[in-house]
Design a binder for this molecule. Structure first.
Ligand code: G2I
Length: 463
């Protein structure tokens, strides 16, 4: 996108206020899973679903313990394009805005899948399905453009033996449908990292070999793939021993890896021995991800047994998640927590926050920079933008200069350009409008070496 020519800089003078920012003590036992993961340069997230959002105690933990959210259902085709050409985003938007209000990143799930699509798709003439699929991807990825860190572009396209699943897309479009979906997704949302997502590909085997070969081919052909999602719907005591090796071999192809739907089911009822085994299993998965730099994060497929999909699909099995059905933490929680916490401690004292000097008048805004967490080589930051003027703003831009070579690697809820030290962040399509007094924020992950001083000043304006 071409940068717009600046018309006005609303605020150009700044004060470093020296107010200490409350940064959680990363080493403390009470830090959340999300905070510990961030301190290791990863996220730890949870899936959720709209019906659960009326459960206040559930939402309270969802909102505080995790730094990433995946909508478990409501971005799927049956929800987003229930009738051909009629798109519906209300439920998915609800999840995305909840996550945004909690400063959580969001994975999009999922654009093209053989399940949970509306029946009209089966009636599309074969020679029109490619166009219909592209149109779906273009609209849905376009709607959420700039709001998601990842998209699961294609989900579960392979059989256990490594052959292609004979879905409606495979049958009517052919092998090329996966690459075509990725191309359409990149065009519609250039900032989301694009993932292929599947289950039973956590360890070495025929199915993960097939996905590996596809990723290798996509890389060679320039098909825009950025990551592989390993769902990790696992069975007690059966974490594949090759999981770390397998994550690493995908990383070596030049893609990121995410554990996208982790749960570890057991035969009911629970007992102490099974809980202890489950804790070991969760620890093994977390440690495998921590061991590979390009393993970017882990998502549990909801966090509580109260809302797990397992009992309805595997009768007699369940208790697969780190919180029980009464929202109490299980041994698995402690194992995840302690694995993420490791021995990591903050490497430098938390920097203070420079704040723009609020001014009045049209287009005046203030930007506040904050380091959320920091670890060796990286940190997560957040900038809050507030309309300090007297009239509504339709767009904003925040600029600063990094003083020590920091480089933004990922930014959400805004669009970033960085040229050497100079960073410019403009609003995303959905958060540019700010009434007087209103505020919004964007988040980012950046690298640093040596030291990580906060910028001496930020500018905020309407362009
Ligand atoms: O099946 C487990 C997961 C495997 N990988 C892809 C994921 O997208 C999938 O998630 C599950 C959801 O967690 C379930 O909630 O996908 C299921 C459908 O295959 C979802 O189940 C459906 C039920 O089958 C429907 O009856 C129900 O109306 O959830 C719907 C919404 O609650």
């Amino acid at each position: 996108m071409r940068p717009r020519v600046p018309l006005t800089i609303g605020v150009a003078a700044f004060l470093a206020l020296g107010a200490a920012i409350a940064v959680p003590n990363i080493a403390s036992a009470s830090a959340t899973l999300g905070q510990h993961a961030a301190a290791r340069g990863k996220y730890f997230g949870s899936a959720t679903d709209n019906p659960e959002l009326t459960d206040a105690p559930y939402v309270s933990i969802l909102s505080s313990e995790f730094n990433q959210i995946t909508p478990g259902n409501t971005m799927k085709w049956q929800y987003t394009e229930p009738q051909q050409g009629q798109f519906s985003y209300g439920q998915a938007d609800t999840v995305v805005s909840l996550a945004r209000s909690n400063n959580q990143s969001v994975r999009g799930h999922t654009l093209v899948w053989h399940s949970q699509y509306p029946s009209w798709v089966d009636s599309v003439p074969a020679n029109q399905l490619l166009g219909v699929m592209r149109n779906h991807v273009t609209n849905v990825a376009g709607h959420f453009q700039g709001q998601l860190i990842h998209w699961d572009v294609v989900n579960e396209a392979f059989e256990e033996n490594g052959t292609r699943r004979q879905s409606v897309f495979q049958r009517n479009i052919g092998d090329s449908y996966i690459a075509e979906a990725f191309r359409a997704a990149r065009a519609a949302d250039p900032t989301a990292k694009l993932y292929y997502n599947d289950y039973n590909i956590e360890g070495l085997g025929a199915k993960s070999d097939a996905v590996y070969a596809m990723v290798q081919q996509f890389k060679a052909q320039g098909v825009p793939i950025d990551g592989v999602g390993m769902q990790a719907h696992l069975i007690l005591g059966q974490v594949p021993s090759s999981i770390q090796q397998n994550i690493q071999r995908f990383a070596n192809l030049g893609v990121d890896v995410a554990i996208t739907e982790l749960d570890i089911r057991m035969n009911l009822p629970r007992d102490a021995a099974k809980d202890a085994q489950q804790a070991n299993d969760y620890r093994a998965v977390v440690n495998a991800c921590l061991a590979v730099t390009r393993c970017v994060g882990i998502t549990v497929w909801d966090y509580t047994d109260k809302y797990s999909w397992i009992p309805s699909v595997f009768p007699g099995q369940g208790a697969a998640l780190p919180y029980d059905e009464n929202l109490n933490k299980k041994p698995a929680y402690t194992a995840i927590h302690d694995a993420l916490a490791g021995t990591t401690t903050p490497t430098t004292p938390p920097p203070t926050s420079p704040t723009t000097t609020p001014t009045s008048g049209p287009g005046a805004c203030a930007a506040t920079y904050q380091i959320v967490s920091q670890w060796t080589g990286g940190f997560q930051g957040s900038v809050t933008v507030r309309n300090t003027g007297t009239s509504a703003m339709n767009a904003w831009a925040v600029r600063w200069s990094f003083g020590a070579g920091q480089v933004i690697t990922n930014l959400w809820n805004g669009s970033v350009t960085q040229t050497s030290a100079n960073v410019a962040v403009r609003n995303a399509p959905y958060n540019g409008a700010l009434a007087p007094g209103a505020s919004t924020s964007f988040g980012f992950v950046a690298s640093w070496t040596g030291s990580n001083p906060a910028p001496a000043s930020l500018t905020c304006g309407i362009t």
